[in-house]
Write a protein that binds this ligand. Structure first.
Ligand code: FES
Length: 423
């Protein structure tokens, strides 16, 4: 079911649908808008695809996606990472079935054409039908641009456009902050992925990732059962801030709260005495600078349009249609930190696993929201919270309090720019 966009009254379509303090419900339901998003966002800007640690050895490969597109991330024998579209150049069969593996080539099951893991066509049976060997100049489709930051692999389906560094802007520093928590300076996403198919528009998830208004309510029961201090980070008394990082990226910067206590590992809900090997390794690597790192902890950042780092977990949003998406989630693993990694896996299972207590609550909200936006009145979704008390920080970013909708407004502002570009 879709809601109807407001009638034309001058201005562009997205100017009419996206206002500074409200967005129209049809943005979450209209299949035409979803089709346009694919062209203007998912197949144009940089999209997070996978992590180099998932293809650690030469000839490793893993199936990934860019929106509904099926992508194979490969590492060739020389170590270079490629993103190939999973489509045969003959008559378009899917070339690769397995979720992951190790192979220098792929063979299409339909007529047996084979491809190197760089996408190059290696051979085709009964080649006289094509004039002999090596006559065809065909190959698998490739994602035109591939770039990596801190091991996070991004792809752009557009041959030209801003660089990944330009796309990430200040959000790159948040991935750096995550890597800095490893005694060897490297993140690994090797714990396996959980996938939750969700009957909601992808933007409801993106908005929620740095929405500090909901945790006390949606997650109130788990906070009270576990005695978790997380809830207090997102209260009216919290000194944490919500920051619009530009480019559609946003964060809940929890560091002011952690600095207030000044306790190493509080961000992880533990004490240094419980993870002595990790803390010792960090002090050895970073010297006196380790204290600040251990106190400030990991980022809570949404990187437009689909990568969310929630301290110890990584989420990837994959849109399928206007009202359906998949949430992929995994535990962060830090190279050289086995003691912490074990705990991160069990915390991840407890929060986002099949019987986990955080993601299930969020997902319930996403699906209720999706049903809500199909109702005809009041048409608009209100995102004004905290606008009057927003301020600019020392780096020039807009910030609000821990519960303000500053990040959500930043998301929509960038979304509108992309949807209006070159019109
Ligand atoms: Fe792949 Fe024919 S479709 S070999």
């Amino acid at each position: 079911m879709t809601t109807t966009a407001p009638p034309t009254q001058g201005g562009s379509r997205y100017d009419r649908l996206i206002e500074p303090t409200r967005v129209h419900g049809s943005l979450y339901t209209d299949p035409e808008i979803f089709a346009e998003e694919l062209e203007r966002i998912w197949y144009r800007t940089w999209v997070y695809v996978g992590h180099v640690s998932e293809v650690a050895r030469p000839n490793d490969y893993v199936r990934k996606s860019i929106g509904p597109q099926d992508v194979i991330m490969t590492r060739d024998r020389d170590g270079e990472v490629h993103l190939l579209l999973n489509r045969c150049a003959h008559r378009a069969n899917l070339v690769c079935d397995d979720a992951r593996g190790n192979s220098s080539s792929f063979r299409c099951p339909y007529h047996g054409w084979t491809y190197r893991n760089t996408g190059e066509l290696l051979g085709y049976p009964y080649n006289k039908g094509y004039g002999g060997k090596n006559k065809l100049e065909l190959g698998m489709g490739r994602v035109p641009r591939v770039a990596v930051h801190q091991g996070f692999v991004f792809g752009s389906m557009a041959a030209d456009g801003p660089t990944l560094a330009e796309h990430l802007g200040a959000a790159a520093g948040e991935l750096d902050r995550l890597a800095r928590l490893s005694p060897e300076g490297e993140v690994e996403l090797t714990a396996g992925w959980l996938k939750h198919r969700t009957r909601a528009n992808w933007k409801l998830l993106a908005e929620n990732e740095t929405d500090g208004y909901h945790p006390q309510f949606v997650h109130g029961s788990i906070f009270s059962v576990t005695g978790s201090p997380i809830g207090a980070l997102y209260s009216d008394q919290s000194t944490a801030v919500t920051r619009d990082l530009g480019g559609g990226h946003s964060e809940n910067d929890l560091r002011p709260e952690f600095r207030k206590f000044g306790e190493p590992m509080r961000w992880f809900g533990t004490t240094e005495a419980r993870v002595p090997d990790y803390v010792a390794a960090m002090r050895e690597k970073h010297g006196p600078a380790a204290e600040e790192i251990l106190i400030e902890g990991a980022p809570h950042v949404m990187i437009f349009p689909n990568l969310f780092v929630a301290e110890i977990q990584v989420f990837v949003i994959q849109p399928l249609s206007a009202n359906e998406c998949v949430q992929h989630s995994t535990a962060v693993q830090l190279k050289g930190a086995p003691e912490l990694n074990r705990r991160m896996v069990s915390q991840c299972v407890g929060s986002v696993g099949p019987a986990g207590m955080l993601l299930a609550d969020d997902t319930e909200m996403y699906e209720r929201n999706q049903r809500g936006v199909t109702m005809r009145r009041p048409e608009w979704v209100d995102v004004r919270r905290g606008l009057d008390r927003e301020r600019t920080d020392e780096r020039g970013f807009r910030i609000g309090t821990a519960t303000d909708e500053t990040g959500i407004r930043g998301f929509w502002s960038h979304y509108r720019q992309l949807m209006e570009a070159d019109k």
